[in-house]
Design a protein around this ligand. Structure first.
Ligand code: PMP
Length: 440
């Protein structure tokens, strides 16, 4: 019956489904990091709703708050009216923002991360009167036209999205496959100088853009953390040239990287912070915070029916509070460091692991051809087929992981911040076994 249902679903839904194909399970119950399938099998979930579930599945503080609102008789749909629930959410959110709670304006967007990206792009275009955008190789920002235009993966763009504005693509500092073909951690330095040249050389072809958009740790691009110095350099350059800096923290936010917002590691304060996923505590919610000076929108300039869902706001408030009050940001940093250390030890024994990288609980293993030829900077060819086998062997051992990266060859780990030490041990053991089994 389970197989029948999965097959029916496959026939009914679009061919674009992805997770359903790589994870042929029928989840019926979930708690914390554990997902239970209809067949009674239990899985440790290192996907966490694509990085959404900071507190794992069905955390009691989240469920209690959702239940409280449902029982209270409060209206569930209020358009963008003020409510007690929204007041608590905005108070809690503002207190987390980089540089302190003052000087920010919030805009509630449509329910998804991509809606918040659209709002950020449009706002900076309104505020500057310019249209072009600087974006980065490997960046991912969503599936709507503007967000897709600033995303890098060409395979997702066919046919190309309508050219609403010009995008100038700059190299993101990705050391393992350095875009300039040099090793030794030089990618950040050269990428920064390249960006500077594009902005200052009157013959670079770049007209002054409305914004620069980047991720502090690229997620879908293969879990690539930007060095702090490079981020500070992007902040300096954009400030000098009067370009609003949009940081997309849809995936990195709410403690995931070992700071509440990933930009905090570098001390950078962006002009626009894009937020979704974890801020809704497992329900759909997307918000941008932007510096007051950018507040150029007239009433009605950017609207939407679903903005700031009441249940998502209370779930998000509960999540943010629980993360802060229980030291989960610090714990993500600590546990992440331990996982990175142990995975680097594993890399010493497993030539299929080309690179181990990440920050906090946003970790990636780049899978490469174990006996493939190394290029001049030591990188071996990506091995997407082996990565797929590893994902399958993980699932067979009760571990849910997903793939990402330039060639879908990066095994990505996004465990919830509430992962226990014992669960870390189990995840690492199952992953090591899976890699060993996939190579056989
Ligand atoms: N930005 C980033 C950094 C993301 O990781 C994602 C989703 N993976 C998005 C934007 C788009 O969010 P959504 O899928 O909710 O539209």
């Amino acid at each position: 019956a389970i197989a029948d249902l999965l097959e029916r679903q496959e026939e009914r839904e679009s061919g674009a489904r992805t997770y359903a194909r790589s994870l042929p399970i029928l989840p019926v119950r979930a708690h914390g990091m554990v997902v239970e399938g209809a067949d009674g099998r239990r899985y440790l979930d290192c996907l966490s709703g694509a990085g959404t579930l900071a507190l794992g599945h069905n955390h009691p503080v989240v469920i209690d708050q959702i239940r409280r609102v449902l029982d209270s008789g409060a209206p569930l749909h209020v358009l963008d009216l003020g409510t007690f629930e929204k007041d608590e959410f905005t108070t809690t959110l503002l207190a987390t923002l980089p540089g302190g709670p003052d000087g920010w304006r919030l805009h509630f967007c449509g329910p998804a991360g991509t809606d918040a990206v659209e709002a950020a792009l449009k706002l900076t275009q309104t505020a500057t009167g310019r249209s072009g955008v600087l974006a980065f190789t490997g960046g991912y920002h969503g599936m709507t036209a503007g967000a897709l235009a600033v995303s890098a993966n060409v395979a997702l763009k066919t046919p190309l999205p309508p050219a609403a504005f010009e995008v100038t693509r700059l190299p993101f500092p990705y050391d393992y496959r350095c875009p300039f073909g040099v090793g030794g951690g030089m990618a950040a330095e050269i990428a920064a100088r390249y960006a500077e040249t594009m902005l200052t050389d009157s013959h670079s072809g770049v007209v002054p853009p409305a914004a620069m958009i980047l991720e502090a740790v690229q997620g879908e691009g293969g879990t690539v953390p930007a060095p702090d110095g490079w981020l500070r350099e992007m902040r300096r350059l954009t400030a000098v040239h009067g370009i609003p800096l949009i940081v997309d923290e849809v995936q990195t936010g709410v403690g995931r990287t070992g700071a509440f917002w990933a930009v905090e590691h570098s001390g950078v304060v962006p002009d626009v912070l894009v937020m979704s996923k974890a801020i809704g505590g497992s329900l759909p919610l997307a918000v941008i915070a932007y510096r007051q000076e950018l507040d150029t929108w007239r009433p009605g300039a950017h609207t939407g029916t679903f903005r700031g869902n009441q249940l998502a706001m209370v779930a998000g408030t509960a999540t943010m509070r629980h993360v802060r009050e229980n030291g989960l940001v610090e714990r993500a940093a600590l546990v992440g460091d331990r996982m990175l250390r142990e995975l680097r030890l594993l890399q010493g024994q497993q030539t299929a692991i080309g690179d181990v990288r990440g920050r906090g609980l946003m970790i990636g293993l780049e899978i490469v051809e174990p006996d493939g030829p190394a290029n001049p900077i030591g990188a071996r060819p990506a091995a997407p087929e082996l990565a797929r086998q590893i994902r399958g062997e993980c699932l067979a051992r009760g571990l849910i992981v997903e793939l990402g990266g330039r060639r879908d060859a990066v095994v990505r780990l996004l465990p919830p911040l509430i992962i226990t030490d014992a669960q870390v041990d189990t995840v690492l053991a199952r992953l090591a076994d899976a890699i060993q089994a996939a190579r056989r």
